[in-house]
Ligand binder design. Structure first.
Ligand code: NAI
Ligand code: MG
Length: 512
């Protein structure tokens, strides 16, 4: 359920190496490097990922294993001697965790204080594959952070009836900065059925932990950049005005759009009913427009409230203008539907007009959501900053992401006054979660980590990461299956696609 590694073999008196199994079932070699001054206690642990045929072959010599590894993960010095066997096993487990995802033991004990503490929440499915890759990149640019693993997602729901455990909330409350992979959500019936038997029928209700997290910490500014990398075969192209075919018949406009989506309100506020209770029904009946529905029996009617508060509207619009100012863009587009959804879209637009007065050099344009989706297929390059309510913003950001490479490239930040959590917009892609080696594109996650760097003011490091990604994409030598338009699956690698790890390796190579 979490990142804890399970030991399958150990013999730490005679063998300075042991094979362990991580949560994905990968065989790892934990190699202990001894230091004379520490007697027979390891001074450094080194971690390698082994191919199963090597790990399972009893004839392979221990000495040759590191040279046969698929990947060298990294090493961690151990600053203290642990002689108690149980404690040492715990330490080694945490060393593996740390090398794969998290903090160094020395840092946990306060021996070295990192500048930042980041709560890492890989979550479910491919979240566990991509999040560790982003940490490798953060490390490569010298981001001075310690990482604390926190659980979130489906396993937490099944075991505890709560997909966002209290410890995770406490850690985020304390450290205020999070990196999140993805979670799996399932419909209510499936959620109930998978709850552990002791908890079934006890009134536990599944809530999406990411929606809960956004609401709990008021992560109301959801920022979703959609910028194309030159050379990406997935980029949007359009026929030229003269309609010509062939090499010169198409152009590839440079898309650099960031969608500011209100993250806590709107239709996702969760205030909804099927068969509304009597008092709600009475309130609805008091609205003249509800007359058309007045005779519909309760169980036959479902109602969702679209809630917009002026304060939240001001915050999202202001963030959009601030961003436009920082990037030197000449306009901000408020995308709503005020001609029909008069009250809520109306308030969004009204607030946008008020806020715009504080930014005299930046124009405010207004579009309707339906027309905007048409325009993004015609002239997407004309929109640099779009601000919208929760559902429309969700739709817009997915639609724009489709023009610049799709889910493998779509990063996001959920930013509140106090806490901020960065995540790829994709989900847990369960069908690829068990593939070994993993094949999904880590770029969306790595770009999310770069957004985290922007957020804490480490712009230079963030830019280096984006430039490294741009270089890899431009060269086109290393491409994950999605970038090659392959169907994902176990064959993707043999067909020539890069694995998740190889993509990160290519990015790391550019950062050297
Ligand atoms: P998904 O985003 O997990 O995957 C859809 C498809 O997109 C995948 O099958 C794959 O073909 C592709 N894809 C996704 N990420 C990719 C990557 N990094 N590289 C290459 N291809 C990638 O959405 P789906 O399948 O609708 O949902 C799966 C689970 O994820 C569900 O339980 C859903 O509720 C959850 N979900 C969670 C989100 C979150 O954690 N924020 C967001 C969206 C869905
Ligand atoms: Mg979405």
């Amino acid at each position: 359920m979490n990142q804890r590694a399970k030991f399958t073999y150990r013999d730490f008196y005679d063998v300075p190496r042991m094979i362990v199994l991580n949560h994905r079932g990968q065989k790892l070699l934990l190699d202990c490097k001894f230091d004379d001054s520490l007697d027979d206690y390891p001074a450094t642990y080194r971690l390698y990922i082994l191919p199963p045929e090597i790990a399972e072959n009893s004839e392979t010599s221990w000495a040759s294993m590191p040279s046969k590894a698929v990947r060298y993960v990294g090493e961690i010095p151990v600053s203290h001697v642990v002689s108690d066997h149980t404690k040492r096993a715990e330490l080694e487990t945490s060393v593996i965790d740390s090398l794969l995802i998290g903090p160094t033991p020395a840092r946990q004990e306060g021996a070295i204080m990192a500048k930042y503490t980041v709560i890492t929440m890989p979550g479910d499915g491919i979240g566990n594959q991509v999040l560790p890759e982003s940490l490798r990149v953060l490390k490569a640019v010298g981001f001075d952070a310690e990482y604390i693993h926190a659980d979130i997602g489906w396993d937490c729901w099944c075991a505890q009836g709560n997909a966002l455990p209290d410890r995770t909330i406490e850690l985020l409350t304390k450290h205020k900065l999070g990196l999140f992979g993805a979670i799996t959500s399932k419909p209510n019936k499936a959620a109930q059925a998978e709850l552990k038997p002791e908890l079934q029928g006890k009134g536990y209700v599944y809530y999406s932990p990411i929606v809960t997290m956004r609401q709990k910490f008021n992560l109301d500014i959801c920022m979703r950049p959609c910028a194309g990398f030159a050379g990406n075969a997935l980029n949007y192209i359009r026929k030229k005005a003269d309609g010509g075919y062939g090499e010169l018949g198409f152009d590839e406009p440079k898309i650099d759009t960031t969608v500011f989506r209100q993250g806590t309100e709107g239709l996702y506020a969760g205030v909804e009913w099927t068969n509304p209770p009597e008092n709600v029904r009475a309130a609805l009946n008091s609205h003249t427009r509800f007359k058309a529905f007045a005779s519909v029996p309760g169980p036959e009617i479902a109602v969702s409230c679209r809630i917009i508060t002026r304060k939240a509207a001001q915050r999202i619009v202001t963030s959009a203008f601030e961003y436009a100012k920082k990037r030197g863009f000449k306009g901000v587009t408020i995308c709503e539907k005020p001609n029909v959804v008069r009250e809520t879209s109306g308030m969004m637009e009204e607030v946008a007009k008020e806020v715009a007065k504080n930014y005299p050099g930046i124009a405010l344009w207004s579009t309707n959501i339906d027309a905007q989706l048409m325009w993004l297929n015609k002239n997407p390059e004309e929109y640099n900053v779009i601000v919208s309510s929760n559902l429309f913003g969700d739709i817009l950001s997915d639609a724009f992401a489709g023009l610049v490479g799709g889910l493998g490239f779509a990063a996001s930040g959920n930013i509140g006054d106090d806490v901020a959590v960065f995540e790829p917009t994709h989900g847990s892609a369960p069908k690829y979660a068990e593939l070994n080696p993993p094949i999904v594109n880590p770029i969306a996650m790595i770009l999310s980590a770069a957004m985290m760097l922007d957020h804490v003011g480490e712009d230079e490091k963030a830019n280096r990461i984006r430039e490294a990604i741009a270089d890899v994409v431009r060269e086109g030598k290393v491409r994950t299956y999605d970038m090659m338009r392959f169907t994902g699956g176990p064959k993707a690698i043999s067909q020539g696609a890069a694995s998740t790890v190889q993509m990160t390796d290519a990015i790391l190579e550019k950062l050297k």
